[in-house]
Design a protein around this ligand. Sequence first.
Ligand code: ADP
Ligand code: ZN
Length: 536
Amino acid sequence: DSPVPVRPGTDPAEVLHRIFGHTGFRGRQEEIVRHVLGGGSGLVLMPTGGGKSLCFQVPALCREGLGVVVSPLIALMEDQVAAMRQQGVAAAALHSDLPEDQAREVRRDLARGAIKLLYVSPERLSFDNTLTRLAEHPIALFAIDEAHCVSQWGHHFRPEYRGLGMLAERFPDVPRLALTATADPRTVEDIRVQLGLQDSPVFRGGFDRPNIFISAAAREQERAQLRAFVKSAGDGAGAGIVYCGTRAKTEQTAEWLRADGHDALCFHAGMDPAAKRDSHRRFARGDAVIMAATIAFGMGIDRPDVRWVCHLDLPKSPESWYQEIGRAGRDGLPARALLLYGAGDIALARHRIQESPAMPEQKRIERARLEAMVSIAEAATCRRKILLRCFGESLEGDNPESCGACDICREPPKLFDGTVPAQKLLSAVLRTRLNNGSHFGLGHVVDVLRGKLTPKVAQFAHDKLKTFGIGTDLSEAAWKGVARQLVARGALDVAIENHGELVPTDAARPILKGEEKVLLREEMLTARAEPRTTRA
Ligand code: ADP
Ligand code: ZN
């Protein structure tokens, strides 16, 4: 009586079809599955819902031996075990909520090699000589789900995860596949180091949601813009979400929407629990409702037919924006996202970070995320391309520069040739480089360009440089815009680790040599104060 209805060596496509009932792999699943089948280890970065589970389930079934899945989420373990059992796979879970008699039974089954797929919590893995027992039988692979829990940088650190580092030493021949939805570069590096995956590939994928049309606009007449968007995107069907920066604004917006003839609700963390539950329930029920909410609204929205998401205020990072707009179009049908922002939002967000009690290190990270968000808002080129770049991905499809499903691709903005300002900025970055190879941050570079004799400029004698004062024709805001465009196209990196140091990349060279043009959005250079806003 085999613990699995699949013989070792079975083709993964057949397993995918027969056990999971899917017709084909998605995105990078197949590549990952084959890599692990061949004995390789690696790290998988995919958003929630991206299809991470199959990446370890399929190779676990195709390889000989026991598949061990480390997971901190008991509910998820139980779900997957139940689903696998239904398909005739001998799966079991071992975690601290399991009654002792059942745990004993699982251990007995393990000892006689009667389990094919074991879900285990990290603390259980280190208890009861579990590993020693496991070592008595062949192991197909180790999957380490929610791998960001190993990193102290995130908010989900679990000390028990640290112990998983020894898997590499104790089982050098067993593939280890770590999986997470966190794509933050620092966390990713930390996971690789902690789990001994430095020499193994990182598979990123699935971040694109091509059915969501994305757009952004300067906030001019907020309500008129929202009204027009709701009309074009909602068309009376499905649901919509308006994300607001403050609790008060969610209430005002919901009220205004109701006055405008919509069924609108609000949701924020300050509401009493009964009111929150009520809002949630009404949203889930399936009517054509609009939810005006803070980012507190999100967990547990599984309504597939959210047709649109509008942000009335700038999100704090591309990760948050991505997650929030990702609540639209889960059914795969066309959906739309609109981001409204003002120069004031950007300044305010920067100020908030500056004034926050966070550690300098943390502030730098938050600032870099904010700047990345700003570069999406102010993009002169495909927004989806810039968004995906934040996750280390590029556009799929025929055109590597244009997604065809954002406002920029659909209707390119008026551009002008900004090659000269771009060259000036890049050369100021290069000329202020110190002998030890380090660079300065944006503030200093702009001071040099604008010929401002600050103490720092004097200290480094940067007023003696040829680039000193060559940029008085543009305002500080315009220079920052130029820098953001260069960051957005990858010609400049912002080294978060190092005081926001601006580091030119290889992509800067053709620009400096005049071999490549830099197109900037026209309105960006007319350095502006806060555009006309309609106050809520
Ligand atoms: P994650 O763990 O990345 O959040 P899951 O592994 O739970 O995502 O997959 C999310 C959903 O996508 C599941 O319902 C799963 O059945 C489905 N799915 C994953 N891969 C495929 C595929 N190749 N074909 C069809 N559906 C898939
Ligand atoms: Zn595009």
